[in-house]
Design a protein around this ligand. Structure first.
Ligand code: FAS
Ligand code: PHB
Length: 397
């Protein structure tokens, strides 16, 4: 088999890249090791930046997003029971949209299926070859039969544990990592959200987040030790712990019910550099990981994909290698800003084991500074909603 771009991974990064390329007449094949249902069953991100919404519109996969997504003009931070709302629209004229990653993935899968583009699920033993030359190939096994695809480029969109980054010689990669000694225990519940917007809470017992998926479905998180086991947390224990970390008014308003999903996600900051190895490109979680505190993971993956799609479209349209030559540097500039913001937001909101009393007072001082300074609040709003500079200028539609 031959195609122009082989995409490894049918998560949001791989699916979005496939759509943006197909719409420009560039042929792709997506290889995914899990089933469609398994990919759709993963409950992950929930907040989309304006740049992400724009790219999904360009991909022809934003109809349901506009019909069902919840546009939020701000978020609240809560410290020791005191809440402060940051009005993004007033501060910088921007908003975010609450719409689950599962729904984004579903919409992209439906759009790709409708186009007839080739996706192969439940593949095994994917291996990448010859990407340091001009004729890379990808091998895989499907139902026990081996296959090989010749292509021009390989896009590694296979997440943190994927094969793409692992296929790059260790001497060609530099990695930067910070593992946190805590994780997030998350619960999805079919109950109306406790608040119109998200509430991020710093409490002496630990971090908590009140998020949502719709007017009837909510998503909550509490910080737990990294070794915590989800089976040790009954619903009642979760709701009791969450209430203790919220201000009394919010705790009183909380509507609880049986969890429809419950899981523990570890927190990590990670970047691999560079993102290009000849004809192989890394995008999304295959290249970087951020703690979910800043709601950047999915949005960062989308930003990479917009740059990579632009570069590949330019190559096929104009036979120019300028975009692909600059992809890594351009992506890393944005990645490191998101890493910085996600680390900062994690460090001011979580109970960090290494913090002494001075450190905890500094966390409070950060909150007070944000509340008193329009400049600081605007910088927070700009980073949380995605910097104006992140708006991608894709090539002509
Ligand atoms: P993904 O990991 O989504 O997709 C990669 C795909 O590649 C997967 O479908 C995988 O099966 C496939 N794959 C892997 N190896 C393969 C191989 N060898 N061959 C073929 N296919 C292969 N972000 C937020 O903003 N907010 C959150 O609350 C949040 N919560 C998260 C919770 C968890 C448990 C995790 C793991 C991540 C969370 N994230 C969150 C980050 C998440 O949203 C990612 O940023 C997003 O999924 C990135 O998308 P992709 O880069 O497409 O990677
Ligand atoms: C979510 O709704 O899953 C969510 C929202 C904001 C975050 C992280 C997760 O920062």
């Amino acid at each position: 088999m031959r195609t122009q771009v082989v995409i490894i991974g049918a998560g949001p990064a791989g699916l979005l890249l496939g759509r943006l390329l197909e719409l420009q007449g560039i042929e792709t094949v997506i290889l995914e090791r899990k089933s469609r249902d398994y990919v759709l069953g993963r409950i992950r991100a929930g907040v989309l930046e304006e740049g992400t919404v724009e790219l999904l519109e360009r991909a022809g996969a934003a109809q349901r997003l506009h019909a069902e997504g919840l546009v939020h003009g701000g978020v609240e931070l809560s410290f020791g029971g005191e809440r402060h709302r940051f009005d993004f629209k007033k501060l910088i004229g921007r908003t975010v949209t609450v719409y689950g990653q599962t729904e984004v993935t579903h919409d992209l899968m439906d759009a790709r299926d409708a186009s007839g583009a080739h996706s192969i699920y439940e593949v095994d033993d994917v291996s990448l070859h010859g990407f340091d030359g001009a004729s890379p190939t990808v091998r895989y096994v499907k139902d026990g039969v081996g296959h090989e695809i010749a292509c021009d480029f390989i896009a590694g969109c296979d997440g943190f544990h994927g094969v793409s980054r692992a296929s790059v010689p260790a001497t060609a990669l530099t990695t930067y990592e910070r593992a946190y000694p805590f994780g997030w225990l998350g619960v999805l519940v079919e109950k109306p959200p406790v608040s119109d917007e998200l509430i991020y809470a710093n409490h002496e017992r630990g971090f908590a987040l009140c998020s949502q998926r719709s007017h009837t479905r909510s998503r909550y998180y509490v910080q737990v030790p990294v070794e915590e086991r989800v089976q040790d947390w009954s619903d009642d224990r979760f709701w009791d712990e969450l209430r203790q970390r919220l201000d009394p008014e919010t705790a009183e308003r909380l509507q609880t019910g049986p969890s429809i999903e419950k899981s523990v996600a570890p927190l990590r900051s990670f970047v691999a550099e560079p993102l290009r190895f000849g004809r192989l490109f890394l995008a999304g979680d295959a290249a970087h990981i951020v703690p979910p505190t800043g709601a950047k993971g999915l949005n960062l993956a989308v930003h990479d994909v917009g740059l990579l799609a632009n570069a590949l479209i330019e190559f096929y349209r104009e036979r120019s290698e300028t975009g692909i030559a600059h992809y890594s540097a351009r992506a890393l500039l944005h990645i490191w800003n998101a890493e910085r913001f996600s680390w900062w937001m994690t460090s001011i909101l979580h109970r960090l084991p290494e913090l002494d009393d001075f450190g905890r007072r500094l966390q409070r001082a950060e909150f007070d500074h944000l509340r008193q300074s329009d400049a600081a609040a605007s910088a927070f709003a700009e980073n949380y909603t995605g910097k104006a500079g992140s708006r991608l200028q894709l090539g002509p539609a």
